[in-house]
Design a protein around this ligand. Structure first.
Ligand code: NI
Length: 277
């Protein structure tokens, strides 16, 4: 029996490459997490960005709690089994009336993770209606293996390299993924997806949490990850420390060290040293 998802969800995920929506937090809990993010943004003088947008579970105690949230992990376990690492987290935030978008892409393109048993839990910390630039999924596209991408580095593209699929995508087949605050979607690393700009007057705040079973390897660099459930019998990834307090000295140092490796993965083949967004 699945722990959290309905009985047919795993079959649908394997066929379509995604499953949504899954209620994880109450609206009030989502608002509380959003408030903690926005308190940091007020204190730091602007929207979270650059390297601070990534691996946030090493920086903030509330993000470290989220990647270990039992409901998220129960759903993820239903798809990839009980031994689970969190490989990374990335905020995808679109400001009100923001031209920022995400081109059609597969997450697998620059990550170096093999095999492709990687699931993203995309958690909405604000409402994310279609008009806010909700994600769009191309059903079944995870069955095509890796598709060539080209880097655009477009200024409004939220992806690290502005990478986009180098072949035409039939957008009429795409499925909108609207979410309410506190809900998440789950998608496969090879699923083709993207999103449009936010045309609403609220921010659209999503936290993408990337989970892997412990047998997955990193083929590009010596990498690290956080064991969030079960046992790691493989030790393909160096263990990461959880933050004792938000942005404390040890957490900032660990995040800096880890991000240097992650940036090398995201930007391999370029001379970029800090996340562009
Ligand atoms: Ni993606």
């Amino acid at each position: 029996m699945p722990k959290l998802l309905p009985p047919h969800a795993k079959q649908a995920y394997e066929r379509d490459g995604y499953w949504f929506p899954v209620r994880v937090l109450s609206a009030a809990e989502a608002a509380a997490h959003r408030a903690r993010l926005e308190a940091y943004e007020r204190a730091s003088g602007g929207p979270i960005g650059g390297n601070m947008r990534h691996k946030v579970h090493l920086l903030f105690t509330w993000a470290a709690e989220l990647v270990r949230h039992p409901r998220i992990l129960d759903a993820v376990e239903d798809l990839i089994g009980p031994d689970i690492l969190c490989w990374t987290t990335n905020f995808f935030i679109k400001e009100p009336r923001d031209p920022a978008y995400v081109s059609w892409h597969q997450d697998s393109t620059y990550w170096g993770l093999e095999p492709h048993d990687v699931v993203t839990a995309w958690l909405a910390l604000s409402d994310a209606p279609v008009e806010s630039g909700a994600m769009k999924f191309l059903p079944g596209s995870h069955g095509r293996d890796q598709i060539p991408h080209r880097d655009t580095f477009h200024k409004d593209n939220l992806l690290t390299r502005g990478q986009e699929i180098a072949v035409a995508v039939d957008e009429r087949r795409a499925v909108d993924v609207p979410l309410k605050a506190g809900e998440m979607s789950l998608h496969h690393i090879l699923l083709v997806h993207g999103s449009k700009p936010n045309t609403t007057f609220d921010r659209r705040i999503g936290l993408a949490i990337r989970y892997i079973p412990t047998h997955v390897r990193q083929t590009k660099v010596a990498d690290s990850a956080t064991l969030v459930r079960g046992t790691d019998r493989y030790h393909h990834f160096e263990a990461e420390p959880a933050p004792a307090a938000d942005l404390d000295t040890a957490a900032l140092a660990a995040h800096k060290r880890v991000m240097e490796k992650q940036i090398a993965t995201y930007y391999s083949g370029t001379d970029i040293k800090v996340a562009r967004k």
